[in-house]
Ligand binder design. Sequence first.
Ligand code: ACO
Length: 323
Amino acid sequence: MAIRAVVKGVGHYLPDRVVENHEFEKTLDTTDEWIRQRTGIERRHFAAEGENTSDLAIKAAQAALADAGLEADDIDAIVLATSTADLTFPSAATMVQAGLGMTRGYAFDVQAVCAGFVYALANANALVCSGQAKRALVIGAETFSRILDWNDRGTCVLFGDGAGALILEAQHGDGTPADRGILSTDLNSDGRFKDLLYVDGGVSNRSTGYLRMQGNQVFRHAVDKLTSTAETALDRAGLGHGDVDWIVPHQANIRIIQGTAKKMGIPMDKVVVTVQDHGNTSAASIPLAMSVGRQSGKIKSGDVVVTEAIGGGLAWGAAVLRF
Ligand code: ACO
């Protein structure tokens, strides 16, 4: 017997404003063609003035609750991954708690940039499996548009805003790979690479700052580290490549997504891809893709899903779950 954190519901929210690649041609030395070819991105959503990360997160959470057929007070814990919280404190998670009208339980943020959702999922899984929460709401939500330097064509065309949410519930399993729920997680970071991707401001520096990235250097690490963490997680789950129904990768760049799938020997028709419509939404990208994959009928109950991400830190990780 084992306690498993089983997915009860998934939901997402994207802000109304859609920005096509062509819009950047007006102000930057770039083209729709360059952005598509180098990244796979065609468009992204940007939050409206006054629309903050917690606003997006609340809407995604409400969609996940509706999908699960649950009320806010059925939730014991909110774990929210973000690098773009509304305020320095309190956490965006407590804002979501208030916004949902949830009067019990506890809520906190996790910050691991683009790997944030995998980190949040691993933490929520630990809370559920150790009996500290019967039901956990795990959210990835970002407004990266607020930290983009609109004069830097190497970064500002890559990112978007959005939120995705997933509800986990404690259920008894047999402790075998046939169980539903989270079967394994794998987390890694290596701070020696902190200068490859960072924001050049912060509370301690009395500023907000802008995202700075040595994109080609991050790219060099991505495929190897993503493949290795996904394979570690699969191994830990007692599963092999042939058991994988879907990869739901972090959506940073189609070439990284394709490279990782190829290295794992998994065909692209088993990969959920949303980067063309969302851009890189950092911690929100995986739950957004999971929700789209679920709504489109691709991911079905019983399917084995591998999810993997890498981002600033560098921080990276993977999780294997059976829906
Ligand atoms: N339009 C036109 N040209 C551009 C643009 C643009 N928007 N951006 C960069 N270029 C130019 C560069 O200036 C460079 O020109 P040069 O050769 O004259 O100097 C040329 O294109 C090639 O630049 P590279 O950076 O080498 O291009 P690359 O093929 O590596 O693509 C990209 C850049 C898309 C950023 C890629 O490196 C990438 O996706 N990296 C990984 C990003 C990532 O996964 N980040 C982690 C998650 S994000 C997070 O954690 C917040």
